[in-house]
Each structure stands twice: as structure tokens, then as C-alpha cells.
Design a protein around this ligand. Structure first.
Ligand code: DC
Length: 224
């Protein structure tokens, strides 16, 4: 067991875990690990270097040597850099998310990212968000949360986000993307998306971010 506490927040795409993790980490003054960003960075780097999705050894090597930097900015946001270039927006595209989900099914890539993820645990504590934070990466975390929401609600949230950015996309296509990603993340043999036995599940379908953050902070307070 580590000397510093870890709060894991796992869940499917669009469950709100990224935003919730950011707010909770800021309130607690803890480090933040957005593990999905690491998988997205490997996907983006593979695309840039034209590495094929079936070239497992080059993908593993890429994950082992990934030059990724997360720079905390004002208001709690983070700039993500790959090979010293700002890719904060580029890694958030639907395409990059789908590629990341394919690459994340590979055992070599997951193994390469495991130590890197554990290195984020420094004083005074860590909020780690992803798919396998509570099951594989930090199995002895002191508090574990699993966020869910209906596919329709998650697609609607993504639709509104993209609409605000002026991106033209249909709700129906987002539902298909999310279902495809869920299916792959849940059914892969390596660290599939599943709630840890000792995780507390929160259905966020009818909750605001503020309400979910309050519930998660209450869970942390209860454990302290
Ligand atoms: O959370 P996200 O949407 O940024 O994650 C992108 C993809 O990365 C997701 O579809 C599956 C993968 N992923 C994973 O396999 N394990 C994690 N801990 C985080 C993300």
C-alpha cells in the first residue's frame, strides 16, 4: 500500500469522469492522472509515424518511449504536449478516441503504460481517471468510484460539447461511436472496463457535474 492516497474514477466514455476528476483533484489539491489521454497520445503518435494498428512491437515501443508532457494551466485545465507540440485539442477528436480504444486492447501497450501511470502517485495524493484505475493500476486505492450514464445521455453530452465548438455531427452517429467504443472497452481480454468489486457506482444520467463532484468528495471524506 502506498503512503499517499489514491482516488480512482473509472467509467465509460462520456460518463463525466474526466471533468469530475479535474474538479475533485483541484478541490483536494491532489495530482491528476488522465490515463485516457496517454492512450490517445499513443494513438496520435502512431498515426503521425504511420505505424499500422497490427504492428504490436512498434506500438509497444512507441508506448515505452512516448514523449508526453502534461502542463497544468490556469483554472485547472491542462496542456498536453507530444514531442514538444501542443496536442491538447487534437487528442480529443472522436477519431482519436476510437483509435485509442483499439490500441488500448493491446497487452504490450498496456504494460508499457502501467509504470508510467503509477509514477503519477506523488504527495499529497492522486485522482486517477480511466477504465482500469481501480482494477489494475491502483487496486489498493483508498477510494474507488465508478461512473455510469445511459448511452443516449452520454451521446447527448458529447453532441452539446461538439456543437459548442461548431463541429457538425449527428446524435445518431455519436450513439454508434459510443456503443462501438463501449463494446470494445468492455469485451477486451486485457484490463476490460468493469467496476472494481469495492467501487461505489454513481449513475450520473440525471446529475449535474456539481452534484457528482459533491458525492465523490463525500466518499473521500468518509474514508479519511
Ligand atoms: O477516457 P478516454 O475516452 O479519453 O479514453 C480513450 C480510450 O483509451 C478508451 O476508449 C479506452 C482507452 N483507455 C483504457 O483502455 N484504459 C484507461 N485506463 C483509459 C483509457
Amino acid at each position: 500500500m502506498s503512503q499517499f492516497p489514491v482516488l480512482t474514477i473509472d467509467g465509460p466514455a462520456g460518463s463525466g469522469k474526466g471533468t469530475v476528476a479535474e474538479h475533485v483533484a483541484q478541490t483536494l489539491g491532489w495530482q491528476l492522472l488522465d490515463s485516457g489521454a496517454l492512450y490517445r497520445l499513443v494513438a496520435l503518435a502512431a498515426q503521425k509515424k504511420k505505424i499500422a494498428f497490427d504492428d504490436n512491437s512498434r506500438l509497444t515501443e512507441l508506448a515505452e518511449t512516448l514523449d508526453a508532457v502534461f502542463l497544468p494551466c490556469e483554472e485547472g485545465s491542462t496542456e498536453v504536449r507530444l514531442d514538444n507540440k501542443d496536442v491538447t485539442q487534437a487528442i480529443r477528436s472522436e477519431d482519436c478516441g476510437l483509435m485509442a480504444s483499439k490500441i488500448a486492447a493491446k497487452a504490450g501497450v498496456r504494460k508499457a503504460l502501467l509504470k508510467r501511470q503509477r509514477d503519477y502517485l506523488i504527495s499529497p495524493g492522486l485522482v486517477a481517471d480511466g477504465r482500469d484505475m481501480g482494477t489494475v493500476v491502483f487496486p489498493d486505492a483508498f477510494a474507488k468510484v465508478f461512473l455510469t450514464a445511459s448511452v443516449e445521455e452520454r451521446a447527448k453530452r458529447r453532441f452539446n460539447q461538439l456543437n459548442q465548438k461548431g463541429v457538425d455531427v449527428s446524435l445518431a452517429s455519436l450513439i454508434i461511436d459510443i456503443e462501438e467504443r463501449d463494446f470494445r472497452d468492455i469485451n477486451r481480454s486485457e484490463a476490460p472496463l468493469i467496476a472494481a468489486n469495492d467501487a461505489i457506482t454513481i449513475d450520473t444520467s440525471h446529475l449535474s457535474i456539481k452534484q457528482v463532484v459533491a458525492q465523490v468528495l463525500a466518499i473521500v471524506k468518509n474514508r479519511q
